[in-house]
Design a protein around this ligand. Structure first.
Ligand SMILES: Nc1nc2c(c(=O)[nH]1)N(C=O)[C@@H](CNc1ccc(C(=O)N[C@@H](CCC(=O)O)C(=O)O)cc1)CN2
Ligand SMILES: Nc1ncnc2c1ncn2[C@@H]1O[C@H](COP(=O)(O)OP(=O)(O)OP(=O)(O)O)[C@@H](O)[C@H]1O
Length: 202
């Protein structure tokens, strides 16, 4: 259990949380809309820069298990980089929503593996062992200067990081326009270790 929670998962200050939750919902919608308004070819160019930034942060991926994500709603498409991890002797994994309000599990994935539709129609590996990642790449909806992440509102990454036996290296990825002044961090929010963003070419 995270600080700020009672055994029932109730917020330390429910009145303040109600305001923050309302603000987050509007801010998510604004940021996702702004991201989708970026032309696809600009997003693709930024994804290449983000992949370079990830290599600079992680170094040798050989022997490491790196969890990524199947992109949706304009998230950077890092699938080519995911394939390159395997070519370099690492292992890739994708997050799977087992149940709402529960931690994610990570399932090993290699390009060509069979996918099926998971919750919210996000593709997930149809089979494959569950793995504990060394590095978690977390797609941002928003991020603040203290590395707190605004996500889609499911609380999945925070729950997952709180539940993992050993904390992985967590790297948030996105575009520069997703950097915001604050996400009004709450007791359950867990900051990321590093952030890699790219800006649109001029
Ligand atoms: N590409 C990708 N895959 C991912 C994640 C991600 O951020 N990106 N996730 C990272 O966690 C998990 C999925 N998380 C999600 C959480 C909420 C919603 C969503 O659509 N929620 C509802 C409202 C939620 C609420 O307020 O209760 C909605 O927006 O309509 C979608 C995905 C696992 N897979
Ligand atoms: N460790 C936790 N234990 C219990 N509840 C949690 C925990 N972490 C997050 N939550 C709950 O999850 C809900 C969503 O949290 P939040 O707004 O931070 O989501 P998010 O980080 O944007 O979403 P996501 O990680 O799915 O992209 C909140 O109601 C919060 O109380």
């Amino acid at each position: 259990m995270q600080p700020g929670y009672s055994a029932g998962g109730v917020h330390a200050d429910p009145v303040a949380w109600a305001d923050v939750a309302r603000w987050r919902k509007a801010e998510r919608a604004r940021l996702i809309e702004a991201r989708l308004a970026i032309p696809a070819e600009i997003r693709a160019a930024m994804a290449i820069k983000i992949a370079e930034g990830l290599d600079a942060e992680i170094g040798d991926v050989g022997g490491k298990t790196v969890s990524l994500y199947w992109p949706f709603r304009g998230e950077p498409d890092l699938r080519p980089w995911m394939a390159s991890i395997i070519e370099r002797g690492g292992r890739a994994a994708l997050p799977v929503v087992v149940e709402k309000a529960h931690p994610l599990v990570f399932r090993a994935y290699r390009p060509g593996d069979r996918l099926e539709k998971g919750v919210w129609n996000i593709p997930i590996p149809a089979e494959g062992e569950s793995v504990i990642p060394d590095v978690v790449i977390s797609p941002l909806v928003g991020v603040d200067p203290a590395n707190f992440r605004l996500g889609y509102g499911g609380g999945f990454f925070d729950r997952t990081l709180a539940a993992l036996p050993k904390k992985p290296l967590v790297i948030g990825v996105g575009y520069n326009m997703q950097r915001i002044a604050t996400i009004y961090p709450q007791p359950h929010d867990i900051p990321m270790d590093r952030i890699v963003t790219a800006s649109a070419p001029v």
